[in-house]
Design a protein. Structure first.
Length: 119
């Protein structure tokens, strides 16, 4: 069973809180650098997060609710092992009707790429 729900999941790991079992993929995006991104959502946890793969060291992914209000939760690819696997952001509370946004910032500089999904 999940270890958090809604506001209690804010800033927590989707894996450690057991919210990563059978999540919905709300949206997918492929960046200009070839990284893959997904916005994920757990109905049981009422929380969303983003993940990335096919990344490079220094790539960053930020997640927030599109209504703003909170600092984004971010994840960074820190080593070769992370670059070859999934890297997840911490979660944000996302009740039905909420729009979540993920923004990718490539290590090499260049413009950030953002995409949204509605829960």
């Amino acid at each position: 069973a999940p270890r958090c729900r809604a506001a209690a999941c804010e800033g927590r790991s989707p894996m450690h809180m057991r919210c990563g079992a059978a999540p919905l993929t709300l949206a997918s995006h492929r960046t200009s650098t070839g990284a893959h991104l997904e916005l994920r959502y757990s109905e049981k946890c009422e929380a969303g997060w983003a993940r990335m793969w096919s990344t490079r060291i220094g790539d960053r992914l930020e997640l927030n609710r599109a209504d703003g209000g909170r600092r984004p939760h971010s994840a960074e690819v820190t080593d070769d092992i992370a670059a070859q696997s999934y890297v997840y952001t911490p979660m944000t509370e996302a009740r039905p009707g909420t729009t979540v946004r993920a923004c990718f910032r490539p290590a090499a500089g260049g413009s950030r790429e953002c995409f949204d999904a509605r829960v």
